[in-house]
Write a protein that binds this ligand. Structure first.
Ligand SMILES: N[C@@H](CCC(=O)N[C@@H](CS)C(=O)NCC(=O)O)C(=O)O
Length: 223
């Protein structure tokens, strides 16, 4: 039986986790519908009640006949889609590169707290440095440069997992937008970040996000 996919996402300009979930479908040619539920609205709270225990976006709904399965974590979505579509290239084909790609995605998923906290994704912000960068931000940026440099050297690039774009790149796509938004690009990170931002699926998400007229005050207020 053919499965259909629906991804629940929040505002494209601001929801970095939604971006990852959506890219895991869009960048690998998997057909899907999307449902936008705006953060900080009663509709979002209603969605959380309706889809409980899922409570964060992205949420992937997989429907086959009368049965719908829901996943609410981007790493779980990556693994499940890779399992269901072994030929889609979600993870690199080379086992060593696949192991590396999984390590990179998992570290991004669990780490980089300072970068994520101090520099929330905001696709409307362009090249404006933080007024007061917090202690610890440099350590996250150095780690990012180390990981990207290592992966591109080991796999030969141009993507983190080698010749083909993979879930490892998906997990770092919102990070690349942050580097650009907050003027944090360096010679070590800029070439790969620019390549990532220009990937067709990534560029499509960014264009959609910038087209959305809504501005969320708490993110626009970041100094
Ligand atoms: N671990 C989750 C994190 C998802 C997440 O925190 N999403 C945010 C939006 S970017 C959210 O839904 N926040 C609403 C809430 O926490 O109530 C994932 O990997 O998808």
């Amino acid at each position: 039986m053919t499965a259909s996919y629906r991804i629940v996402i929040a505002q494209k300009a601001y929801s970095s986790w939604s971006m990852r979930g959506w890219l895991l479908l869009a960048a690998f040619g998997l057909g899907f519908e999307e449902r936008l539920v705006r953060l900080y609205t009663p509709e979002f709270e209603a969605m959380q009640r309706d889809l409980a225990p899922a409570r964060t976006v992205p949420i992937l709904e997989i429907t086959e006949g009368a049965r719908t399965v829901r996943l609410w974590d981007s790493l779980a979505i990556a693994e499940t889609l890779a399992e269901r579509h072994p030929d889609a290239g979600i993870w690199p084909a080379d086992p060593d590169h696949r192991a590396l790609a999984r390590s990179l995605a998992a570290e991004m998923h669990a780490g980089f707290q300072m970068l994520r906290g101090a520099c929330p994704m905001n696709l409307h912000r362009r090249g404006r440095a933080l007024a007061a960068p917090p202690d610890g931000l440099d350590a996250d940026l150095a780690r990012l440069a180390e990981l990207w440099t290592h992966a591109l050297a080991v796999t030969g690039g141009p993507w983190l997992g080698g010749a083909a774009f993979s879930a490892a790149d998906v997990f770092f796509a919102p990070v690349a937008t942050r580097l650009e938004s907050y003027a944090l690009l360096t010679s070590a990170t800029e070439p790969y970040a620019r390549r990532l931002l220009a990937h067709p699926a990534v560029a499509r998400w960014i264009a959609d996000g910038r087209d959305d007229p809504e501005r969320i005050a708490r993110y626009e207020a970041v100094g």
